[in-house]
Ligand binder design. Structure first.
Ligand code: UDP
Length: 414
């Protein structure tokens, strides 16, 4: 029995935890390697921090490695990120050459691990092309795409697709992100860890302490968006919505976020946000360090209304986190937000600052609705988007790839 997994029974119920032990039996001792491009900041790091120890707790020899790259490399991969989410830009040939070189260097550094692992999960486009430099790989390689690739800028998708097709399988977060590919595609939604610092229950005095620390007035309503400073998260649109509501309600806005080491645009976007907010003491821009999990937890619990006004969103863990805290979220009508925010039921989907403003006013005036929708939101997360469900998806995928989906072997040793 894994003590780390036992703690989940009280939150998720027994059944899913028992399923995890059962599914892990045929996978005991296999070597699994996750590779991404940042240790902190953003949803992928947030997930791997817990997923890897939980796999280890189930007897899987799991490891997490982070590739390294310089600013040109990350400029190129941020370009991929933007263009895969629909922006009409293509990195220059020089940046593309550099991207390939850096992947080749990282493959050299990680070679023994990459060659020996039974399953390698490569997360997102940054480490994607390492695969071509590991011809002696013995395991199955899976490309785990976390971003919204439903309508990519075609030239960039055409450029990357041949490497994606060297993999044994790929994983997308939503059906609408799946692509015509030559290999099996799995749908696995991301998740939050209900026991982490970011999501565990907090006493009221801890929430109060955080609000006091940032000098936020608890007597007046507070709206919040937590996000990396990224244009797809539309922080400027949030400020516009806030200003529309502020004409009628004495509102405060918190925009809380840090950077991710693989996101070179963060500082520029932060400056744009500061400029847009200039002169308004009720807009609190909190530039947080990467380990500010308790702070974010407290802000999400203490806010009256939570927004995630993204214009593209692979999934939106910040939405899941707020919903887990019983908050209805006002979210951009896009990507992964749509599978979490059921319009008028667990929150509201919006397409403009005006739409967001309308819903902010409604929720601020209707405490009964906030509570009712928030309860449904929490239930939806409990049933679908906790790390236990996510882990189950990965175990089933590995059985499928390594054992041809022969689930009867799960019975061995029962
Ligand atoms: N996050 C954080 N600090 C920040 C901003 C974000 O810890 O300053 C966390 C946030 O709580 C969430 C994750 O990073 O767990 C962001 O995941 P999401 O899927 O919302 O967006 P991504 O950044 O991956 O696009």
């Amino acid at each position: 029995m894994s003590s780390s997994l036992e703690g989940y029974r009280a939150v998720t119920g027994n059944e899913i935890v028992d399923q995890l032990y059962q599914l892990a039996k045929p996978l005991k001792g296999i070597r699994v390697l996750h590779v991404n491009s940042t240790k902190e900041g953003g949803g992928v790091a947030e997930i791997l921090r817990k997923m890897v120890p939980l796999m280890e707790g189930l007897g899987i020899d799991a490891q997490w490695e982070v590739i390294s790259g310089d600013s040109d490399f990350f400029e190129c991969t941020k370009g991929f990120h933007n263009s895969l989410q629909g922006k009409q830009v293509t990195p220059s040939d020089e940046l593309l050459r550099h991207y390939q070189e850096v992947n080749s260097e990282n493959a050299d550094k990680l070679r023994p691990l990459l060659e020996e692992a039974d399953v390698v999960f490569i997360h997102d486009p940054q480490p994607l092309t390492m695969i071509q430099h590991v011809p002696k790989r013995k395991g199955k390689w899976v490309w785990r795409c976390h971003i919204d690739v439903s309508k990519p800028h075609r030239p960039v998708w055409r450029y990357l697709k041949p490497w994606v097709e060297q993999y044994d399988a790929s994983v997308f977060s939503l059906a609408s992100f799946a692509k015509p590919l030559n290999h099996p595609q799995f749908l696995i939604t991301p998740s939050i860890d209900p026991l982490s610092e970011k999501n565990m229950n907090l006493p009221k005095k801890e929430v109060d302490r955080v609000f006091e620390k940032f000098r936020i007035d608890r007597e007046r309503p507070v709206i919040l968006q937590v996000s990396r400073f990224d244009r797809f998260k539309d922080p400027i649109g949030v400020i516009e919505a806030y200003r529309l509501v502020k004409k009628m309600v004495p509102l405060q806005l918190i925009l809380a976020g840090g950077g991710a080491s693989d996101d070179p645009e963060g500082m520029a976007v932060l400056e744009e946000v500061k400029h847009a907010a200039a002169g308004d003491p009720d807009i609190h821009i909190l530039h947080l360090p990467p380990d500010a999990h308790l702070t974010i937890n407290a802000l999400q619990r203490g806010a009256d209304v939570v927004l995630q006004k993204s214009t593209k969103e692979g999934f939106g863990l910040t939405v899941t986190e707020a919903m887990w805290k019983g908050k209805p979220v006002i979210g951009g009508d896009t990507g992964g937000i749509r599978v979490q925010v059921y319009n008028h039921y667990t929150g509201f989907l919006v397409r403009s600052p005006e739409g967001a403003a309308l819903r902010i006013r409604y929720l601020l005036h209707r405490e009964d609705k906030r509570r009712e929708m928030g309860e449904r939101a929490k239930r939806l997360v409990r049933e679908n988007f906790l790390i236990t469900h996510h882990l189950r998806g990965y175990l089933a995928l590995m059985i499928n790839l390594l054992k041809g989906g022969d689930y009867h072997r799960i019975e061995v040793g029962v």
